[in-house]
Design a binder for this molecule. Sequence first.
Ligand code: ADP
Ligand code: ZN
Length: 707
Amino acid sequence: MRVAVARPLLRTFLYEGPEGVQLKPGQRLLVPLGNSKVLGFFLGWEERPPQASLKPIEAVLEEVPALTEEVYALVRFAAKHYRAPLGEALKTALPPGLNVPKPALPTKRRKPKPMPRIGEVLERPAQLSAEQREVLEVVLGGLGKGVYQAFLLQGVTGSGKTEVYLRVVEKALEQGMGALVLVPEIALTPQLSGRFEERFGQEVALLHSGMGEAERRFHFWALREGRARVALGVRSAIFAPIKHLGVVVVDEEHDNSFKQEEGLRYNAKDLALVRGQQAKATVILGSATPSLESLYNVEAGKMRLLHMRQRIYNRPLPDIQLVDLKALLAPPAQTPPPLTEPLLQACAREKLPTEAPSPPEALPLQESEEPTPEEVSLLTPALHKALEELLLSGQQAILFLNRRGYNRMWLCSSCGKTRKCRHCDICMSYHFKVQKLQCHCCGWSEALPELCEECGGTFLKLGFGTERIEEELTAAFPAARMARLDRDTSVSPRKLTALLERFSKGEVDVLIGTQMITKGHDFHGVTLVCMLLADMGLSLPDFRASERVFHLLTQVSGRAGRGERPGKVLLQTYYPKAEPIAYMLRRDFEGFARMEMARRKMLAWPPFSRVVLLRIEGKNPSLVERFSRQLACAALEAISRSPSNVRVLGPSSAPISKVSDKYRWQLFLKAPSYAALELPLCAVEQVVATLPNSIKVVIDVDPATML
Ligand code: ADP
Ligand code: ZN
């Protein structure tokens, strides 16, 4: 029999199989490999080659295969597409306890405790909005007809997308089918799982890594045995063993966290379309700001675009007000220059005041004089005023800053050197509470240095983190009830939930947080959202940097004004002219997407091309460099042998050139199609197989980040 072993080996093996046993593809086996016994997966029966002496397998580990036929087919596709070893890929699709070379443990029969509820219980609304009805009519039209259909649901934040998902799932259940709902984060959004459990009770199986292993196995078997028919989970739930799958939903489809960044580097959003096709199911990708990839698929006729442009009850989207941080640096202008006609128009369009503070274009600063972003407190006068008003009226605010800790960096005031992690090529962040410098890359922390190691100079302590803004706010508003939500304060799901619960009950006025507060929360008391420093992430060397900033800003601002009172957003930036920020101020996602699409096309970046990232890592920098060049040569040679439109970019040192003492180089292959990549990638893989063990090569197909 042909067997894939759960090891990082691209080849599969032949074993002697037991006579007269019925096996299904994907069935778990115990097989000998070298001196050990490992988990293997049955692939199929094969003629035994003449003269071959085959080892017999040790055992069949299960009578009922944990992997269903459908999931098995999906993993086979994924392993091929993402160029991962099949055995390892199959292992990825299994929950803990089943991904080991042992028989399955008996599972508990009792349903584990549901997630704690946050906020009011949201009843099934009796009436849908007109837009919800229209969308549902289209989607439900094809549901259960045994045909594949894919939709991109572009709906502004608060337009009631979740309610649409709930209704589609409800309908699928009524028709005897199952449903798969993927979300970026569950631990962060207990509200969402609450809504599903409220509606579907025992039918819901939650799948995410914040749960205990026994719990995860319970939910897995509940689905496998058909006791639960709705899987709600993070990316790994794409492999959930759902019976008669009728609908697949991917919420916040633009989110990066659908991409797995190790082992089988799959993107669950892309696999959702594959799985939907295989199961002849309905697929809905939803977002307020769809990814360019999905918009491209709409243009290519692979998906149908559905819009929801209004918030529920026609609640207004929050007003966005620009706070130009540069203006706070500029010397007090005697008389602001008069506004020219185009500027006046721009101001009217963006609802900016036409008096001071003057709009960005009128500022006297040159690009080269651009100050470092550290010189202004992020608790700006505009924010101060907005908070004052907010606190008086008893409403709530969310302040977003995508960096934890106190200072972003320490820089020597005499030699200018920044304090870096000794294991990584990045600046250490200062954490006030623990009085340490910490590396946000590898977690290394060290005692605070008094003076610069190089020259004995003193340090400038630069940049804002959530800890620092919390301190400034507490000093400015001693009576306000503040809370901070980041990886330092929310170390466990329980702490996180407790904090969100306090906020939802109105026991916290101002919530300061990192990316963790941006995802899908629905707090009706929030009327003010401030993006303390919107520029963050703009200058990353990644072709998706702008797109990502736009998504993030939309997500964060979408948290405001979801209740009865309208919301307001303050967008603080040093760089109002940056495209994502300028378009955001105009609320023009379509314009942004058009502009970004044109640029991608011109530079032939995805979605107009296929990209594979090769990252070469090792402790010895010169070896890493040498082998990177060797891989690039192998690719180039393969391309020259059969001329195609494939381009090799690099090799070069990676943007973060060292992580955990390993040096990193990278190169990209860019091609018009996956097929064109086949030959160069095979050539690269052949070289990789000959490299010493001290060198690790990551092959990332459709990488989500270029860093
Ligand atoms: P989105 O996912 O588009 O951001 P949600 O689905 O979270 O929006 O809906 C926003 C709010 O509106 C939620 O509080 C939800 O309970 C409520 N809501 C959704 N649909 C309706 C409806 N038809 N009638 C009343 N309230 C609704
Ligand atoms: Zn480090």
